[in-house]
Ligand binder design. Sequence first.
Ligand code: HEM
Length: 426
Amino acid sequence: MTNSSAVASLWLRSQLQAGRAATWLLSELGDLVVQLEHPRWRDDPYPLYEQIRQRGPLYRGLSGTWATSSFAVCNQVLRDRRFGVQRVDGRAQGGLLGAPVPAPPEGFVELDPPDHTRLRRLAMPAFNPKRLEAYRPRVQSIVDSLLAKVAGRESLDLVRDLGTPLPITVISDLLGIPDAERGAFAEFGEVVIEGFNGVSSMRQAREVTAVTEHLVALFDRLLRERAVEPGDDVISTLAAAVGEERMTARELHGTAMLLLVAGFETTVNLIGNGMRALLEHPEQWARLRAEPELAAAAVEEALRYDSPVQSTSRVAHTEIELAGQTIKPGQTVVAILAGGNRDAQAYERPEQFDITRSAGPEHLAFASGIHYCLGARLARIEGEIVFRTLAERMPSLRLVGRPERRDTSAIRGLRTLPVTVAQRGQ
Ligand code: HEM
């Protein structure tokens, strides 16, 4: 180990220990913001969101961090340009950034305007609605081939067999990852995402760093290749922007990494959480089987009812009066999107899973404001095709055993979702 990596190692270890001790203490003292991370709420965090809501539209924890699970206040925070995603000193919030270990290249979700605006605009053509609609048959054919692999089996795992391989194949297509690299790309994605969910050991920090370096090298190689021989993929579009000096190579790496991270586990969790909700509510599953055209509505209800991204946060860049409170510059507000999605002020019977729900505003699962999810339409297409295809072809799906939950809080999803199948005709 070199001197600098030994220092980094010691620094990280001490940070992890100090962080755990502070979190434990604040949690014992009843800080509801710190409780958001507590494993005791993993299975069902919704009563905690309700407790926070009962403390008022904007609650301040002992640590000084604010939180809201009010639909209206979440929406206000996300849309108010006096809040940003970067700290007041211009650095990104949280994670390993600021630590003496190599920080991964930033994606524009971690940036404020004007850089956010410039980079988001460069990535936008890939998410053009017409282009995505034309991509629908490809999503269907990926789903068909994944289901063909499990044909004839009595049991399968909807997360491992379908939920995970679908979005990683879609993102690989989108970025133009060569076939030979796709297996490794999927594995890299898993490691980087585990790291984004919080690094809990030195071993994991080393693994995340190594994989990030591999991915950066891959994106760099593709940048050089596509600059000479462009294709119909996002890296080619971005490589042209690098050539025209509208973005740097490092910004390209950050954007490609963001698309991998933002579009992978979130979509896996839409499929896992959504299929679980459908199968746990047999009358809703029966309704979808009878009317598969309700699949798009089922996706919206799944996103509202058990959101893959439960919360995000913003930093006040100036003093802000909100919901009767004064937020000082530099203070953080956690917008509990999944709490807002269960707010009785916004939705009737918010605790009920109802795929025919018609009243109520658009949910916050894709956030709101300038960072509204760029891949929302793509995620909706993937979810709709999966729900519809399963309802049509595997109507007798049933849950078996206990699904395994991911050990994360801001991102909510399942590691496994075992089901039994009797295919049509059986
Ligand atoms: C069900 C699946 C998905 C969910 C629930 C989801 C949710 C979100 C949320 C909540 C944000 C805002 C984060 C914040 O403001 O802090 C976001 C941003 C983003 N998402 Fe998604 N996402 C999903 C799928 C995708 C897909 C498939 C892609 C692309 C392949 C994607 C790309 C992005 C990007 C690029 C951003 C950053 C937007 C910006 O900062 O301007 N997402 N997503």
